[in-house]
Design a protein around this ligand. Structure first.
Ligand SMILES: C[S@@+](CC[C@H](N)C(=O)[O-])C[C@H]1O[C@@H](n2cnc3c(N)ncnc32)[C@H](O)[C@@H]1O
Length: 289
């Protein structure tokens, strides 16, 4: 992928090469690139180069807006190839069908999905609060011996594809897709149910942390908490997120331990997406310690 600039070196001018994006995503057989406005006149040449470098790519789309809104969607414009936004992506032996215009999907979370799936122990019950088309949920069902995975999403299109993906990957006996607000679904039917809760929506995880705790079994369990943070040169992004959630959990009087933390990806200049694996013990209240 890094060779796009080299590939176009003789066809674009120096100033154009300087603003050519350094990377692009490939989801199934669709490539998505963010071409700056000043380079729009070169969109077709760039798309052609991407298709030549990646012979399995059938469609190239230009992302013309940031990911936004509750459903975490972005506007995509067709540049070249088949005129479609639906594709099937393969990841760690799983197949994920997705409409990139109607649902969130990022191949950049691939390792994080694998990492979490590897942590799941036999007979666990897992709740994925912000599940999209079911990637974490299905990977967990495929790679672990989890008893049950509840895969919640607010976007009806994401749930439609999650149901299709559950069938495609033959995990109907483990994964249940549920349409709705994770808050409401937990309050109405999943209180004290889970050994493990996933919160892969950094924009809402902090606000929904209480519901994740309510969803854990009476003994407690593990929460995979995702957040965005800005960190200056002398700051550690993982420590910043740790401090932020520690303040909230201490206020609740909850006994917890952050067992692991990592930067999932960089999302802007000194902006980071961070995950913390937080072990919660609901039997011990802080006041008892
Ligand atoms: C960042 S995406 C999740 C990505 C997914 N885990 C994956 O690996 O592809 C966040 C998802 O949360 C959903 N969402 C937003 N608010 C929600 C809520 N209150 N309850 C449940 N799902 C919600 C969005 O529709 C979106 O699909």
């Amino acid at each position: 992928m890094s060779c796009l600039r080299e590939y176009l070196a003789r066809r674009l001018e120096d100033w154009e090469l300087r603003i050519l994006p350094g990377s692009y995503d490939i989801v199934g057989d669709i490539a998505i690139i963010r071409i700056p406005n000043a380079l729009r006149h070169r969109a077709e040449e760039i798309a052609k180069a991407i298709m030549e470098i990646n012979s399995h790519v059938r469609t190239v789309l230009n992302q013309v807006s940031p990911v936004s809104g509750s459903f975490r969607l972005r506007r995509l414009e067709w540049i070249m190839g088949d005129k479609r936004t639906v594709t099937i992506h393969r990841e760690y032996g799983c197949l994920f069908k997705v409409d990139l215009e109607k649902c969130y999907f990022s191949p950049r979370l691939s390792y994080e999905r694998y990492r979490v799936a590897e942590l799941v122990r036999p007979s666990e019950t897992v709740i994925n609060m912000f599940a999209g088309v079911g990637c974490f949920s299905i990977l967990i069902a495929k790679r672990s011996k989890a008893d049950k995975v509840y895969s919640i999403d607010l976007n009806p299109w994401a749930i439609k594809y999650a149901i299709e993906n559950i069938r495609l990957n033959r995990v109907e006996h483990v994964v249940e897709a549920i349409l709705g607000d994770a808050k409401t679904i937990i309050k109405e039917r999943l209180l004290e149910t889970a050994d493990r809760v996933l919160m892969p929506l950094p924009e809402k995880a902090y606000e929904y942390l209480d519901y994740a705790i309510d969803a854990l079994k009476p003994n407690g369990g593990m929460i995979h908490y995702y957040d965005f943070t800005h960190a200056g040169r002398n700051e550690d992004p993982i420590c910043k997120v740790k401090e932020k959630i520690s303040r909230k959990l201490n206020k609740f009087g909850i006994d917890f331990k952050v067992e692991f933390g990592r930067i999932v990806r960089t999302v802007g200049p000194r902006w980071f997406q961070v995950v913390l694996d937080v072990r919660v013990n609901k039997r011990i209240k802080r006041a008892d310690l």
